[in-house]
Ligand binder design. Structure first.
Ligand SMILES: CC(=O)N[C@H]1[C@@H](OP(=O)(O)OP(=O)(O)OC[C@H]2O[C@@H](n3ccc(=O)[nH]c3=O)[C@H](O)[C@@H]2O)O[C@H](CO)[C@@H](O)[C@@H]1O
Length: 389
């Protein structure tokens, strides 16, 4: 097995990771950046994505012409049943991990990648272990400020753990090598145009003299945020237009709630289950964002310099979303609403920012200071260095 990529043939990379947008989009963005960097050097990329069957990564890899290879995977849960014992599901999931590692070993042996890059999610565990067992160089990317459970284990096996935030550097286990790169975000997010969002989403009823608030619950939507917004809509729409991404499971309930709005306010409200290709333009249109504080969302808000009110998912692994939200809040880059959030809390936070464009401007500036718009290229350079390319 050759240990270094030579100049003549394509650089062979296995990426792995998935489950949610927070892992999948950084992986996709990095593949695109690797392709671009290598093309500038007149070289090609040969890439395979190892993920879990039926999850977001399979669809996204397919849509972007990336070879997809499935392996078995299971959730590594810390929580057990109330008696403190492992449940049957825990045991089944645990048993799938070594089987996934056996499958992943077969893939790594066959493809002989120059480097394996893990972006987190349960599926990254067996594939990263396989890279280590087969002595292929491993790079781990951590999106969150806190180090996830899987990546804390895998960091010891990796040549380099690439982190998104400076404060993560101190959290790595002894012996692990870390470099700060940021969290890769899709290049197209930087090219948004407000007027295109109005046309693409059909926002003709919006009052363009008023600010626009973009509400997002993360790729799947967030019931808590949906409830808070529905309760606050009659107040909010008097002073702003609202685009509300609510998740597929809640779209009917949200449309039903919107029928109660007065004819004067209703045209200022647009609800969607998911924002696809319109996202760059919508970010450009938004004067304020109300969001969950998943790592992908906060990386985007920072890189784009968007003022935000963050409502973290309190039960995210290790309270990671609360940590993210607090991190931005302490740096003046967002307003975090922690613990039990009431409609009144949300209205106070939104109202303070809508009434004060200068405060929004300052918040946007602080957000931009934390942003790392070059993360994808920095990470690509690191990956190619580890690959010996
Ligand atoms: C519930 C859960 O476990 N969440 C985790 C998950 O976040 P999750 O994947 O839910 O959220 P993130 O904020 O990290 O990423 C969401 C991504 O989806 C995109 N998007 C969202 C809505 C939409 O309509 N269109 C769209 O494109 C966002 O722009 C972003 O790129 O992985 C993150 C990264 O490890 C973690 O920080 C989160 O705690």
């Amino acid at each position: 097995m050759s240990s270094r990529a030579d100049g003549a043939r394509p650089v062979r990379v296995i990426v792995t990771g998935g489950g949610t947008g927070g892992h999948v989009y950084p992986a996709l963005t990095t593949v695109n950046a690797l392709r671009a960097v290598l093309a500038e050097q007149g070289r090609a990329l040969s890439v395979s994505w190892v993920g879990a069957r039926g999850k977001l990564e399979e669809r996204i890899a397919g849509e972007h012409g990336i070879e997809f290879l499935p392996v078995a995977t299971g959730k590594l849960r810390r929580a057990r049943n109330p008696l403190g014992m492992l449940t049957w599901t825990n045991i089944k999931d645990l048993a799938r991990v070594p089987w996934g590692a056996v499958q992943a070993c077969g893939i790594v042996r066959r493809l002989r990648p120059d480097v394996v890059v893990g972006f987190g999610g349960y599926v990254a565990v067996p594939v990263s272990v396989a890279a280590w067992l087969c002595r292929r160089p491993l790079v781990i990317h951590e999106q969150t400020v806190r180090l996830g459970l899987a990546n804390r284990i895998l960091a010891r096996l990796a040549k380099v753990t690439a982190v998104s935030s400076e404060s993560t550097l101190g959290l790595l286990p002894g012996g692990a090598r870390a470099e700060l790169v940021g969290n890769p975000i899709r290049a197209e997010l930087f090219g948004g145009e407000p007027d295109r969002a109005v046309a693409a989403l059909g926002l003709d009823g919006f009052d363009r003299a008023l600010p626009t608030v973009y509400v997002t619950g993360g790729a799947l939507g967030a019931r808590q945020i949906n409830n808070l917004i529905v309760e606050s809509l009659p107040w909010l729409l008097k002073q702003a237009n609202v685009v509300h991404q609510c998740g597929a499971a809640e779209i009917d309930r949200m449309r039903e709630a919107a029928t109660a709005l007065s004819p004067e306010l209703a045209p200022r409200y647009h609800v969607a289950e998911f924002i696809g290709a319109e996202l760059p333009d919508l970010f450009a249109l938004a004067d304020l964002v109300v969001a969950r504080s998943g790592a992908g969302t906060i990386a985007e808000l920072s890189a784009l310099g968007k003022p935000a009110v963050l409502i973290p998912l309190a039960s995210s692994a290790g309270g990671e979303q609360s940590f993210n939200a607090r991190y931005l809040d302490e740096r003046g880059a967002a307003r975090a609403l922690l613990g039990e959030v009431t409609g009144e809390d949300l209205r106070a936070a939104i109202g303070a920012l809508l009434d004060d464009p200068a405060a929004r401007g300052k918040m946007a500036e602080h957000a931009r200071e934390l942003g790392k718009p070059d993360a994808a290229r920095t990470l690509s350079a690191l990956i190619l260095r580890v690959a010996g390319a």
